[in-house]
Write a protein that binds this ligand. Sequence first.
Ligand code: AMP
Length: 403
Amino acid sequence: MKILVINSGSSSVKYQLFQMPEETVIARGLLEKIGEENSLFCQKSIKGEIELKNQIRNHEEGINFIISMLTDSRHGVISSVNEIEGIGHRVVHGGEEFNGSVRITGDVVRKIEAYSDLAPLHNPPNLMGIKATQKYIPGAIQAACFDTAFHQSIPQKAYLYAIPYSLYEQYHIRRYGFHGTSHRYVAMRCASIVREGIHALNMITCHLGNGCSIAAIEKGRSVDTSMGFTPLEGLIMGTRSGDIDPAVMFYLENKGYTCSGLNDLLNKKSGLVGISGVSNDMRNLFQEKENGNPRAALAIDMFCYRLRKYIGSYLAVLKQTDAIIFTGGIGENNAYIRRESLDGLEALGIVFDDARNQNIQRGRDSCISADSSRIKVFVIPTNEELGIAIDTYEIAQRSKQKE
Ligand code: AMP
């Protein structure tokens, strides 16, 4: 069965076409700068790589263009859209309604629309992608896979903020958590590596990319995570501050900052770029540190310290942990950060093996703890698209059996 995975952002659409259940990627591509004069398109497949510039005015035109390239006589990989039997959409916010991936119906679309209030930058473009594929690939079964869904199992004591309860009732203010597809995917991979059912394992998953979050997973279910009402809370990220005393905002407001200025400050100008003053990209920071830039070194130190603090708190939350997993661009590639966040914790059951840590094979699942370590530590490359494809395949199979 061919499954198309769509990640529709504000001005871009990323996609991958999978053959399932084999999990092979038939084609992958990216359309960027939608709405600008020179939208950029690239696609990779067995037919080779193609890059084009074209004016794409909106998401509907974008999806139509992607379909034309997937079915193109020279560069395409399918002869007709009818070959696509399922489409899985990444949707950022599913509020309290969705604790797993679902087949998209009119009711699901209305609920995603309603949650746009909580994710105004993400849910509306996600919906544009859904509506465009419904129009151009009407025969396919469509599924929505939510970034928030995996964290819906978090108990109330962990998801509520200690502010008046009425604000939760009136405005749904609570911790939702994000990156759920990634945390769940690497947790499932870990279960298959250690040959246990996911429901038998307690894990701490660290998704460290440009956005960073960490999750405590008890018997396969998320019981706490660092991102909150929005992705701003928790770990230090490329441009986001993570945890901060909210009173700093009141103080800055008195100094003349506006609400939107503060939003910009915390989401776009803080984190690694805010501290270092040079870059949000970890690779650049290591280069700068080597060149003797003390603020780049400080940003790296702060990043590791915050991560170590969260890992420690989740070890306490889980009481007994079987595995810690690193993933995301930084988690998968940066041996220094993995070591700095975990070494010296032998008393807590973690025996880090730095030789293994330094010598992992890129893109492969690897164990970086010593054989004697009670808690195993793994590096597992994330694959959110495959996670979405697996869910969509299951939903499409079930729907077909019912029909
Ligand atoms: P992501 O959002 O998952 O693509 O991750 C982006 C982050 O991963 C950036 O901070 C990159 O600097 C970092 N990253 C990617 N590759 C490497 C690498 N080889 N070494 C260190 N950091 C890396």
